[in-house]
Write a protein that binds this ligand. Structure first.
Ligand SMILES: [Zn+2]
Length: 1029
């Protein structure tokens, strides 16, 4: 299970904000170097990462590794001392040894060789020439982790010449290349006696990090050469390549370690290499370490030998890897303790390395790791490929995890700890899911690797899907994974209907902007597309296709068409797909374009047939943004009816083809029986019906909602509230349908309902209608509240799991009995501050926020003090959020300033969290806006740092503009925004952000004009009185 309770509202927006605001909140610590200078000649001081720039804190907890890791990494892409400086210093000329060939490496005389240092831009989509293929690397490194943070290294690459060429081009990032010692010689298997050309000059392209050795003659196709490049680098840079970090042990000792993060394009920071994922080779790693440390890599240790002349140092040599991509080479040198895990089979040693206090909270891993490995081996019919597995928990709290082959890295201790005594199933689900995801990568991603980063969903989407299956199989947590997938789908539906949504397959991507391809779509949309395909093709055919895909391409690399081909073959053999239809035809329509269809079902007057019409569903109705409104998909239609309800048959009944906008569906019942399309919502699309069918469904839900599958109840709630919001269905119909929720005792419909009503609350909260709306919400919540309360006397199993959520909703809507209980609990805590357990852990956020919102200065001050006293990160986060719940505007005003000037901004995205919370509060709206405009210059400065360090994909302030717009609903707000935009005409990105914000506000204004009176009438007709407008 994944209980992503941190997800509310626009999580994609939050995600982007999270990544950029981390910079915003830490921008001015950039030049602080916290790395020690332990030697007489430390490397040039460079940007350091260890202070306050982590992306944890309010980052949604469900996100796996990369989405969080990469924005951070690239922002701080090091501006380091590098070989380029040296080349420049040497007047672009260095001396290099003459590499006379003749098959024997005969030493020649010295001569001057030109080195050109160029910034001439190559295409950002630059790919290495297809002329060379690396087959084997020998990497030797000596990291001075307890010394001056330098790394001495040498790489020896065996290369097969595929096409005749007169240069050797590979990737090199921030390091000193010892150009004079570069060698080229014949490798094993080369032509007997063939001569080796000599180097003429080297060209170094900074933009795409490519280093080219030009030769005075051709290397003919079929030749095999060995290219040796000695270099010197540093561990002192932000996460990427081999990098150093330090942490404090439980006894207060400061310790240092080396870790790796090579994905996507950082192996070139660690060592010169052909840094493209499809260029797989075998790796032999030798690392020099001090005797009191341990080195871990992908493969088991082979030998350890003392280093002559260096007392206390040894060489660790590891077994040669199978063929793999450069980004998977792992190296960790540390002095962490470990525990052993008993695997599902005897011959596989599994170790987990972490600080002792973290190891003590890992009992669940004895179940999770063998369980997932067993599941993956059974599902794929391929044994785990390596002869050992290490999991190393790096005490860094930057990002979440990386799927290193044979050596998984966890970057945040919180994502691997679970205390059984806390009985926190949400946390257990989260940490188990992250492990399942990384373990599934050992097959999908590591064994079979996407050929290029534009296909990364073949690694991330499949892995996300497989980890869901593994979780379901292992039943570690009680909530069904299918239900969780359904909730994910509704979150994604919102993001994927925005103008900012992007296709998952992006051929033109810029590899230096990993957040554009490691995103919610490549992880979660693709997982849901696979879920859809498994239902379309049958689970049997789907698995058959996946297994043959894996078997054929193991140790190789793949593109989307390879997967489609295997799935097609399996489905044709199983007769679940027409022979004239391929998976590629279907799947391409879903991966090559952003968004998804709305299918509108209109039944004939007799009801017995219907037309199903498809159009792109867009949240915004702004016509200027509808350029690709006429997109079409291959939509698998499934349906059932009141006449003989069967929600389990999810095989396709009718295809709505990608070549047509509508199709006919026959054999439906008469018009007095409802129909439901998209059974169990296995298809990635929304459904609308004609009024008569909606009314039949409303009657059904009010009389016996359980006759309709819970996933379809969820679907109807989400679809109809969205359709009402975008003007396609009347709120009369929508609100009538959701009234049944009073009787709902499943949690998923409630969660989706609450998420949707949040939008309506934001719209109405500053209007007279809000009083009526609030009482209407109470009327729906009271039955649930009576069941749950703040106590744990629970009768309904599923509600029990969502206990804290139910309380949250009740308090969020100010249900008086909830407010009273929250205030009482908080008061008790104020009396005994040391006892934070007065308030149950899972209710911290709800209780604190409610008590502060309804309390006074004393409550706020108490939380403020506790924020600084607490050492518990989760507790701090809850306090930070709660501080913005105050209704007292002066407090909020002061709070925004404090957030930018105090310790808060040192802590992760504190400032953003504060801003967003304040902006979401009824009284906070104008404050947030004023703050944004009055503090503009300070904020814009952060934005500038962001843009030069990272990329131009977005800046903090732009995102703040958009966030501030979410609760703006009036023409005056529009005018303010226009003025703001016009004042920043000189900054195209701020103008662009303002346009997005204007679109949001325009939509809000239109929503108010269209729906306000309708909603007021509806509320009044049910006795929920509203004030005067
Ligand atoms: Zn992953």
């Amino acid at each position: 299970m994944l209980r992503w309770s941190a997800l509310e509202g626009s999580y994609q927006t939050l995600l982007r904000l999270a990544s950029v605001v981390a910079l915003l909140t830490t921008g001015n610590t950039l030049s602080v170097s916290s790395f020690p200078s332990l030697s007489s000649s430390p490397p040039t001081s460079v940007f350091s990462s260890s202070q306050g720039n982590s992306l944890r804190s309010t980052t949604p907890v469900w996100l796996p590794e990369h989405v969080l890791v990469y924005p951070a990494m690239y922002k701080y892409k090091p501006v380091m001392y590098s070989h380029r400086d040296d080349l420049t210093a040497a007047g672009n000329t260095v001396s290099t040894g003459d590499k006379d060939g003749g098959g024997g490496g005969e030493e020649g005389g010295k001569e001057e060789i030109d080195v050109k240092n160029t910034t001439q831009p190559l295409n950002k989509n630059f790919r290495l020439p297809a002329s060379l293929r690396p087959t084997h690397y020998i990497v030797r490194v000596q990291p001075y982790i307890n010394g001056n943070y330098s790394v001495r290294g040498s790489v020896q690459i065996d290369i097969e010449v595929l096409q005749s060429t007169s240069n050797i081009t590979l990737h090199v990032s921030t390091m000193d290349i010892h150009v004079q010692d570069i060698q080229l010689e014949a490798a094993e298997g080369d032509e007997e006696g063939a001569s080796i050309p000599r180097f003429t000059h080297f060209v170094d392209n900074l933009d795409v990090e490519v280093f080219t050795a030009h030769l005075d003659g051709e290397l003919e196709a079929g030749r095999r050469v060995r290219y040796t490049v000695p270099y010197e680098g540093t561990l002192e840079h932000y996460m990427g390549g081999f990098y150093g970090l330090h942490y404090t042990d439980v006894d207060g000792t400061e310790r240092y370690m080396v870790s790796t993060l090579n994905q996507p394009v950082n192996a070139r920071i660690a060592f010169p290499c052909f840094d493209e994922p499809q260029l797989k080779a075998t790796f032999e790693l030798h690392v020099a370490r001090q005797v009191n440390m341990t080195a871990v890599s992908n493969m088991p240790l082979l030998t350890t030998t003392p280093i002559e002349d260096q007392e206390g140092w040894v060489w660790d040599s590891f077994q040669t890897t199978p063929p793999m991509s450069t980004y998977l080479l792992m190296l960790v040198v540390m002095s962490l303790p470990h525990i052993n895990i008993t695997a599902h089979r005897q011959d596989l040693p599994i170790r987990i390395w972490a600080r002792q206090e973290v190891l003590d909270r890992m009992s669940f891993m004895h179940q999770v790791v063998p369980g997932v490995l067993d599941f993956m081996e059974t599902y794929t019919n391929i044994s785990y490929s390596l002869s050992k597995l290490d999991i190393i928990v790096v005490p860094s709290q930057e990002g979440i995890a990386f799927e290193g082959w044979g050596a998984i890295l966890m970057y945040d201790e919180r994502f691997i700890q679970h205390d059984p005594l806390e009985n926190d199933e949400v946390n257990l689900g989260k940490v188990a899911w992250v492990q399942a995801h990384e373990l599934a990568h050992q097959w999908f991603g590591n064994l079979v690797t996407p050929r290029w980063w534009g296909d990364v969903w073949l690694s991330e989407g499949i892995t996300t899907y497989m980890s869901n299956l593994a979780m379901q199989k292992m039943a570690i947590v009680s909530q069904s994974v299918a239900a969780e997938a359904s909730f994910t789908l509704h979150e994604l539906f919102h993001e994927d209907s925005q103008i900012t949504a992007v296709p998952v397959f992006n051929q033109q991507l810029d590899v230096f902007k990993p957040d554009t391809y490691f995103n919610v779509f490549s992880y979660f949309k693709c997982s849901l597309l696979l879920h859809m395909m498994a239902h379309v093709l049958s689970h049997h055919a789907f698995r058959k296709g996946m297994v043959s895909f894996l078997h054929e391409h193991q140790y190789g690399s793949v593109g989307q068409d390879d997967l489609s081909r295997h799935l097609t073959k399996a489905a044709h053999e199983t007769h679940t797909l027409p022979q004239d239809l391929t998976v590629k035809t279907i799947l391409d329509t879903w991966t090559h374009q952003a968004g998804y269809p709305l299918v509108t079902v209109t039944r004939s007057p007799a009801g017995t047939s219907a037309t199903a019409f498809q159009e792109k569903y867009l949240w915004s109705q702004n016509s200027s943004l509808l350029s690709d409104h006429y997109s079409t998909w291959w939509v698998p239609l499934t349906h059932t009816s009141q006449a003989s309800p069967d929600f389990n048959d999810t095989l396709v009944k009718v295809w709505l083809k990608g070549t047509e906008t509508q199709t006919s569906v026959h054999n439906l019942p008469t018009r007095d029986h409802w129909v439901v399309f998209n059974l169990q919502q296995t298809g990635y699309y929304r459904v609308n019906y004609d009024d008569n069918n909606w009314n039949l469904l409303i009657q059904q839900l009010l009389t016996d909602h359980q006759l309709i599958h819970v996933n379809n109840r969820v679907q109807m709630i989400d679809d109809i509230l969205n359709l009402a919001s975008s003007g396609k269905v009347s709120y009369n119909t929508a609100l009538s349908l959701v009234e049944y929720i009073k009787k709902e005792n499943e949690t998923l419909p409630w969660r989706v309902f609450q998420r949707n009503m949040e939008h309506m609350k934001k719209m109405l909260q500053s209007t007279p209608a809000y009083e009526g709306f609030k009482k209407y919400m109470w009327s729906l919540l009271v039955p649930l509240w009576n069941l749950v309360g703040l106590e744990n006397k629970l009768e309904v199993q599923t509600i029990q799991q969502e206990h804290s959520e139910a309380v949250k909703w009740a308090c969020h809507h100010n249900l008086p009995s909830c407010v009273y209980l929250a205030a009482s609990l908080y008061a008790q805590w104020m009396l005994t501050p040391e006892n934070i357990k007065v308030v149950p852990r899972d209710l911290w956020g709800t209780v604190y926020c409610t008590a502060i919102a309804h309390g006074g200065e004393a409550e706020w001050d108490f939380a403020w003090q506790q924020y600084f006293l607490s050492n518990d990160i989760h507790h701090k986060e809850q306090l930070l959020a709660a501080l913005s719940c105050s209704r007292d505007t002066w407090e909020e005003n002061g709070y925004l300033d404090l957030a930018l000037t105090s310790e808060i901004k040192q802590r992760t995205q504190g400032a953003f969290q504060v801003f967003y919370s304040v902006a979401s509060n009824p009284g906070g709206k104008p404050l947030a806006w004023n703050f944004l405009t009055s503090r503009w210059s300070a904020l814009a400065n952060f934005s500038f740092i962001y843009s030069v360090r990272y990329s131009d994909s977005g800046a903090a302030v732009e995102q703040l503009v958009v966030a501030a717009a979410e609760t703006l609903t009036s023409q005056q707000d529009m005018d303010k925004l226009r003025v703001f935009r016009d004042n920043h005409r000189d900054n195209p990105r701020v103008v662009a952000a303002s346009e997005v914000a204007l679109d949001i506000v325009a939509r809000n204004v239109a929503w108010m004009e269209r729906n306000y009176d309708v909603i007021c009438e509806w509320l009044q007709a049910r006795g929920f009185n509203i004030g005067l407008r």
